[in-house]
Design a protein around this ligand. Structure first.
Ligand SMILES: NC(=O)c1ccc[n+]([C@@H]2O[C@H](COP(=O)([O-])OP(=O)(O)OC[C@H]3O[C@@H](n4cnc5c(N)ncnc54)[C@H](OP(=O)(O)O)[C@@H]3O)[C@@H](O)[C@H]2O)c1
Length: 200
């Protein structure tokens, strides 16, 4: 009830998910990416830093492990504000901008004052729970999923999601549709799109 009440004062934003998955839907191993594909990683950076006009920013939502596993020479990242989700940290990690206790609080941050006019898109960048929360959110409309067509040993996986609601797009603006290959590994960039119900 309370969440519904507060959502009515929020300005809706697009929530997007971005991940690379291998054959068994694996995304990670021992706290790291199971593969080293620099061009695929550059694609990720290009997507999350893209804004429609100068002065706008995106908000990236990170799980704690995912945040600490990234090379910190990545930061600061152009056009991006970073939120780390954690129930155990008490201070905002270095290079991040905000710390939130749950996914909805991070969304609330981006959709209310003072950030509401600054933030364009909310990106869920993993891990598993952060993806699950985003996929279940009524404002989640796009899933950017790179299909890495190879087997890797993984201990962390992308969650199941509703392929009836999220439809694979044959082509998507700004996303290369041809098969990619790097270090002998083939992969393709995919986008799944959900029609959003404007009443929620
Ligand atoms: N292939 C890809 O595209 C991709 C993308 C992202 C990550 N990864 C890989 O995935 C692995 C990390 O993912 P992971 O799932 O193990 O961990 P994670 O989500 O990065 O971190 C888990 C921690 O984040 C916090 N957290 C996550 N969701 C939360 C929520 N909804 N509310 C509050 N706190 C939340 C909790 O911290 P506290 O314990 O402090 O509460 C939780 O213990 C790494 O191997 C990484 O390389 C791969």
């Amino acid at each position: 009830m309370e969440m519904e009440k507060s959502r009515s004062t929020e300005q809706r934003k697009s929530i997007r998910v971005i991940a690379a998955v291998c054959n068994n839907m694996g995304i990670g191993k021992d706290g790291k990416l199971p593969w080293d594909l620099p061009s695929e990683f550059q694609y990720f950076l290009n997507m999350v830093t893209r804004v429609s006009s100068p002065g706008k920013m995106n908000l990236m939502i990170w799980g704690r492990l995912c945040w600490y596993s990234h090379p910190h020479d990545l930061f600061p990242m152009d056009n991006v504000l970073h939120v780390v989700l954690s129930t155990t940290l008490n201070t905002v990690p270095n290079h991040a901008h905000f710390l939130c206790r749950d996914f909805e609080s991070a969304v609330h941050l981006a959709t209310t004052l003072p950030l509401v006019d600054l933030v364009e898109t909310i990106w869920s960048v993993g891990g598993t729970q952060v993806y699950k929360d985003a996929l279940q959110h009524p404002w989640c409309d796009l899933v950017y999923l790179t299909d890495i067509m190879a087997d890797f040993d993984c201990d962390t996986f992308f969650p199941e999601f509703d392929k009836e609601a999220f439809k694979l797009q044959q082509r998507f603006p700004g996303v290369p549709s041809e098969l990619q290959e790097e270090k002998g590994i083939k992969y393709k960039f995919q986008v799944f799109k959900k029609k959003i119900d404007d009443t929620v």
